[in-house]
Design a protein around this ligand. Structure first.
Ligand SMILES: Cc1cc2nc3c(=O)[nH]c(=O)nc-3n(C[C@H](O)[C@H](O)[C@H](O)COP(=O)(O)OP(=O)(O)OC[C@H]3O[C@@H](n4cnc5c(N)ncnc54)[C@H](O)[C@@H]3O)c2cc1C
Length: 395
């Protein structure tokens, strides 16, 4: 028996012994998962599941053991993920700490940053949000105006951010600020880590079309951030911001391929449109489902190839724009198709006459409209793919 087989056997036994039964059920939404942080109260089973996994480093399986991670090889991490899926287990922790700022700090942070932040991310103690967009700086992010002026060993921040997902539930923000306005706009940006409890930070939730308020406006007035919270060099934050976006776009592209949603679409199609010899009766819908599955499989394989490249040290680059573009548009196609299958049952908002799953399908469809905007719009991804991946000539 190989070492990897031993690892698989031990891991499965450990998971079976430690996972509360409620963690073996699919969550109704990502809100039921653990995002960590000090501002949200989670049910006891969620906390127990977080704590046992964090103690074993399984919330961040491949991060260094010395910083609280699992220290697993990529092959072992894949086994862990396979065993979690086989037992239908929920991830013990999700969020921007694990998917964005953690990988970025491991790549670009100082030793002090790693020591301070990585163990707290692994244990789910701190929830992070992303302060990039501003009212006048979305697609054209480099035009951002939030100012940071040096005053002794602090920066003093003045300005505002918008569309900050979960700012009201977060403990820390990674934020882009302008430290020099004299030259090329990309050259005067710095990347800071900001404690959300610093005096002068206020957040105001924004209500979305889906009824949820997952993001906020963030106002900064005379906010003092220690200079030691600068990641990389002053005025050189643009390269760091882009490295983080590569992590973000890969994560977004990978996030929507839940097998549960794929199964739900097929089940709903059979229930609402009938079966013909075990197949969905309507040939047009059957064709659309098949085309969707083929495209999803192609994306899954391409993502797997990128993950394999990462194993040999390849940092995520401009190809992450392909994952973001295709992953989010596939998700929108899936949500559109679900509503088409449900017909008038997809027109509910609340109240009697609709099953909870039907109401959820409507809200998921509405939420999916934002997928091709968040993390950089589809048009911007197409521009990047044209210029940086395909090296097409400019207009
Ligand atoms: C659900 C959601 C969550 C978000 N979470 C966060 C967050 O946590 N933190 C954060 O900082 N931001 C967040 N954002 C903001 C997001 O990054 C911006 O909305 C996005 O970058 C687009 O910027 P904008 O809204 O200013 O649109 P604009 O940049 O004003 O774009 C408007 C339209 O013009 C098009 N366009 C603009 N420039 C070009 C061009 N050069 N070529 C072709 N077309 C172009 C765009 O594609 C778009 O269709 C979130 C957004 C959403 C929807």
């Amino acid at each position: 028996m190989s070492e990897l087989d031993d690892f698989r056997r031990d891991t499965r036994a450990w998971l079976e012994q430690n996972a509360p039964a409620s963690m073996r059920t699919p969550p109704k939404s990502s809100e039921e998962l653990c995002w960590g942080g000090s501002k949200t109260k989670y049910p006891a089973d969620v906390m127990k599941w977080l704590e046992v996994n964090a103690a074993r480093g399984f919330t961040a399986p491949t991060w260094p053991k010395a910083l609280g991670g699992g220290g697993l090889s990529k092959a072992q991490a894949k086994v862990l993920s396979e065993e979690m899926s086989a037992l239908s287990l929920r991830p013990p922790l999700i969020g921007f700490g694990l998917s964005m700022i953690g990988p970025l700090l491991l790549q670009e942070g100082s030793d002090a940053h790693k020591q301070e932040h990585i163990p707290r991310i692994v244990r789910g103690e701190v929830r992070w949000c992303q302060g990039y967009s501003e009212p006048g700086a979305g697609s054209d992010l480099a035009s951002l105006q939030t100012k940071a002026v040096r005053d002794g060993d602090h920066y003093v921040l003045e300005g505002s951010k918008i569309w900050t997902s979960y700012a009201d539930a977060s403990d820390w923000m990674f934020i882009l600020v302008r430290t020099d306005a004299s030259g090329r706009k990309q050259d005067g940006i710095s990347f800071l880590l900001m404690d959300m409890s610093t005096p002068g930070v206020t957040v105001k939730p924004i209500r979305l079309i889906s009824g949820a308020s997952p993001f906020c406006e963030t106002f900064l007035s005379d906010v003092r951030v220690p200079v030691t919270n600068l990641v990389g060099e002053e005025n050189r934050g643009w390269a760091i911001a882009r490295a983080l976006l590569a992590h973000e776009r890969t994560m977004i592209g990978d996030i929507f391929k839940e097998q549960g949603d794929r199964d739900k679409l097929l089940t709903a199609a059979r229930e609402h449109l009938g079966e013909d010899g075990g197949r969905v009766a309507d040939p047009v819908v059957r064709d659309r489902i098949a085309a969707l599955e083929i495209d999803q499989t192609c994306l899954d394989l391409t993502l797997q190839r990128a993950k394999d490249a990462a194993k040999v040290g390849h940092k995520p680059g401009h190809e992450s724009s392909i994952f973001k573009l295709v992953g989010t548009e596939l998700n929108q196609r899936r949500r559109d198709l679900m509503c088409a299958v449900l017909g008038p049952q997809a027109l509910g908002w609340e109240g009697d006459g609709f099953e909870p799953e039907e109401l959820k399908a409507t809200r998921d469809w509405l939420r999916s409209r934002g997928n091709s905007i968040e993390g950089g719009t589809s048009e911007i991804q197409l521009n990047i793919i044209a210029k940086r991946v395909l090296a097409l000539p400019g207009a």
